[in-house]
Design a protein. Structure first.
Length: 191
């Protein structure tokens, strides 16, 4: 999406980052890679990112599946080589039922936390664009906040409900992982 394109561009351009692993839906890695390039191009970011695209590695993944649909052995390898996680993905299909969206939007948060606690602890940077935008619209400042109060969305549809569940899930004890929340979810004080 839009947010992911900008986050990816900024990470790729960061001189301190040597590799970015992107979980992307697709039937082949080439198809998934092309989706990322098309998205960067769509938002006018490809020309900046192209010289650094060698840093990006695509891994096929699906938010709807346990462990993103990655086979267990590959998930373990991914967990062992991951240093930090940025999670900014969600299903935004407004026609889906709450149960279907919960399956996608909450499962993905659970799997991110599983990845973050496998082999070694990794910081999780959880981004909810809906929460940031709604916070700014309510007169807030959005962006990174040292302490974030639980948030009840104005959205009363399935999408808003699933995002609220996915956004607040990290408040459980499982989320004692040091990280940053851009949006509504948890105290991000490193433990």
């Amino acid at each position: 999406g839009v947010l992911g394109a900008y986050v990816l561009r900024d990470i790729i351009l960061n001189k301190h980052v040597s590799e970015v692993i992107c979980l992307v839906r697709g039937t082949t890695e080439n198809e998934a890679h092309d989706r990322v390039v098309r998205n960067l191009n769509l938002h006018g970011l490809w020309s900046e990112a192209k010289p650094f695209i060698f840093k990006m590695r695509v891994v096929l993944g699906d938010l709807r599946c346990r462990n993103f649909g990655i086979p267990e052995e590959a998930f373990q390898i991914l967990a062992s080589m991951t240093d930090s996680i940025i999670h900014a993905a969600a299903s935004m299909d407004f026609s889906m039922s709450l149960d279907s969206l919960l399956q996608v939007n909450v499962r993905s948060v659970c799997d991110v936390l599983q990845l973050a606690t496998t082999h070694h602890r990794k910081p999780v940077h959880f981004i909810s664009s809906t929460a940031v935008v709604e916070g700014v619209c309510r007169g807030g400042h959005g962006g990174m906040m040292p302490h974030i109060q639980p948030y009840i969305p104005d959205r009363h549809d399935s999408y808003g409900g699933s995002l609220h569940s996915g956004d607040t899930y990290p408040t459980s004890s499982v989320a004692s992982i040091a990280g940053t929340s851009v949006g509504p979810s948890f105290d991000n004080t490193p433990s």
